[in-house]
Design a protein around this ligand. Sequence first.
Ligand code: NI
Length: 362
Amino acid sequence: MAVEHLGGHGRLRGILGLTLNTTYSPGASTGTTQQVIWYDPVAGELLDWQDLLTEEALPVITDAVVERLEAADVGADADAVRQGLAEGDPAVGFTDEGALFLGFDSHTVAPGAAGTPAVALEDPAGNRWLSDVGELALEASLHPDPGAVPESPEVSPRSPVDCTQERCVALTFDDGPSATTTPELLDILAAEQVPVTFFVLGSQAQAFPELVAREVADGHEVGNHTWSHPDLSALSEDAVREEVTRTNDVVAEITGVRPTLLRPPYGATNQAVTDVAASLDMAQAMWSIDTVDWQHHDPAQTVAQAGEADSGAIVLMHDVHATTVDAVPEVITRLRGEGFTFVTVSELLGQTTPGETYSQGG
Ligand code: NI
């Protein structure tokens, strides 16, 4: 493909990237596909993701992705990753920091519990991985047309809320962050000035540190949902400790704040989990309202379930589903209309006892 020469100034030729996220339900389990479509409006053609890279880059990147997914410990299959990059259609784009992003559909390279595995590789340009078109795409990602991207609203500091006096509710979002769905949710929450609690997976936090950083910067709480989403009650105490501390470490490294809340996947806890949580000065945060959003993928049902909240409720949702993000504006409107004040889980619970399990405030 021919690429015009570009000087160091002036407007770059617009390469357009479009991110799609699709959820499907093959039988009993639910999957998610992620896709980034690159379009060159001058040539008038869609680009293959390989067009973004030099020929020499592919084997280097393949090895790096295999290595990173193995390190992330999400049960990725190295052969499937290699095949996915050689023959499949991974979502390839760039993070806000300019790292090369490669994401896979759920259930393709790792078990479903791993969600949509993704890797961000630093400094693709410095490593000379990008083709000329890839450089344009990176530039377009780092400096999008200002008219095309809404300004993120200012988040003003909040005054403390006394949940013994006010009708409080805590919205919680598990399993993220997701590069495809979490940014839009953060935009909505910022516009509505609603603080929530994100129970992140350590593996996802490592893949998308800028999203975890923004969660905290926007005034939200980040809790621990383990590294790889196992049933903790089926693990040894050492393995539980590894899942929890590794996640605390990566969140603390990104945000400077160490999580004080643990939400065990599936709400599955036992004495070993309780002991580990207690030794790490963490309370276990469950929920009182389960929207079951991951199962029905119906925004109206998510709104209806969240609308069942009573004072002190902790509402469980998942920011990895576009249908959940779609429901959030209405959830906020509805609960606000019922006089609720939105708070983080730690604000809702106030002083907690390490190891103790909480599913409701007040
Ligand atoms: Ni979960």
